[in-house]
Design a protein around this ligand. Structure first.
Ligand code: MRU
Length: 352
């Protein structure tokens, strides 16, 4: 049996002026690739989660900025810088929580800033080089994170994960799923419990799909079943991804993650956050300062059902992320190593 641990989910179009993505909003029922060329299409793809997952939205935004840079019609440096910065700000405003988005776009804008006075025709190739560097760095980071994560695991371990932090959320391997996929390639087998992850079902639609394709033993559970599988002793580790890690280690990730961490603490199960150092935001002191995206209430009331599953117009609260307190985190696994508490010291040392 051939297992698939690599997916071609993001690339430039053949003419090099647009981006082709695997539309994550259609999975697992349709494997559909869409071509995006305009700023509105690219913004919309992030906003509607056709492309989602912190690292890959950074990679996507970098290539999007390059493609949109190609469309800027002007010839003097100052006008190009102004228009390019405006484009980057527009893309950056599509989702607020994952820092990788603004991080990657800042790198693209800096590429222009560092070349004052040059004609745009000379800057454009450097923008492509920068976008490719962001992609290549992410591939290396994911592989290193996977190795560090795998060093904790032994064959047959049970791992609970929440949301999707796999290959389609990154460049390759993923973060939280990286050790599992790397271990699988090396002939190891784990038992993975995937929380379905209400309301958008990234765990059911994406994690279960990715792991099943890769030949991993995956069991899908509803979010409210995590405590039960922990209590039964099925889970030896919790591995989750991250969207922004504050300087003190408080970590924003998909809504429901903090509940998993609280339960893991109760049952004495190690809870690890896995993410590249690009997700660490030392400018944000604690989790309280992280902006949490609020999404359309109809994602709770209507989505996935043929009939509404709640009274029409009922008030809903739909935060897309929550913050896990650093005291609940056993370690933060990055490409540079595993950080332990006190995180304000270990994270700062890591980024020096
Ligand atoms: O709303 P989403 O699906 O973009 O949320 C994604 C997550 O919370 C992931 O766990 C996180 O981005 C890490 S992806 C490696």
């Amino acid at each position: 049996m051939q297992y698939n641990t690599t997916i071609d989910h993001i690339r430039l179009t053949d003419d090099g002026r647009g981006i082709v993505i695997l539309d994550q909003s259609q999975l697992p029922n349709k494997t559909e690739y869409v071509e995006l060329r305009t700023a509105e299409e690219m913004y919309g793809a992030i906003k509607t989660l056709r492309v989602r997952g912190a690292p890959v939205i950074g990679i996507f935004a970098a290539f999007a900025a390059y493609c949109l840079g190609l469309q800027i019609e002007c010839c003097d440096y100052e006008t190009f810088l102004k228009k390019f910065t405006g484009t980057a700000e527009y893309l950056s405003s599509s989702r607020p929580t994952a820092v990788n988005l603004s991080w990657a776009l800042n790198r693209m804008v800096e590429t222009v800033r560092k070349r004052p006075g040059r004609p745009p025709s000379q800057i454009i190739p450097d923008l492509l080089t920068e976008a490719r560097a962001i992609l290549e760095e992410d591939i290396a980071m994911c592989l290193a994170i996977s190795e560090f994560g795998l060093s904790l695991l032994k064959d047959g371990d049970g791992i609970l994960t929440h949301c999707n932090a796999g290959q389609i959320a990154t460049s390759r391997y993923g973060t939280a799923l990286g050790p599992i996929l790397l271990g699988r390639e090396r002939g190891m087998q784990f038992r993975v419990y995937a929380d379905e992850t209400r309301p958008l079902l990234q765990g059911a639609r994406l994690t279960a799909w990715e792991l099943q394709n890769a030949g991993v033993d995956v069991t899908l559970i509803c979010d409210n079943m995590a405590s039960m599988v922990m209590k039964k002793g099925y889970v030896q580790y919790c591995f989750v991804g991250c969207d922004r890690i504050a300087a003190n280690g408080d970590t924003a990730n998909k809504i429901g993650t903090s509940g998993v961490a609280i339960m893991a603490k109760h049952y004495g199960i190690p809870f690890y956050v896995l993410g590249p150092t690009s997700t660490i935001d030392l400018a944000t002191p604690t989790g309280s300062e992280i902006e949490i995206e609020l999404r359309d209430p109809d994602e709770i009331r209507l989505k996935w059902y043929s009939e509404p599953m709640a009274p029409r117009g009922v008030k809903c609260y739909n935060p897309a992320f929550d913050v896990t307190d650093n005291s609940l985190i056993s370690g933060i696994i990055t490409e540079k190593g595993i950080c332990r508490a006190p995180y304000s010291e270990s994270l700062a040392a890591l980024l020096k």
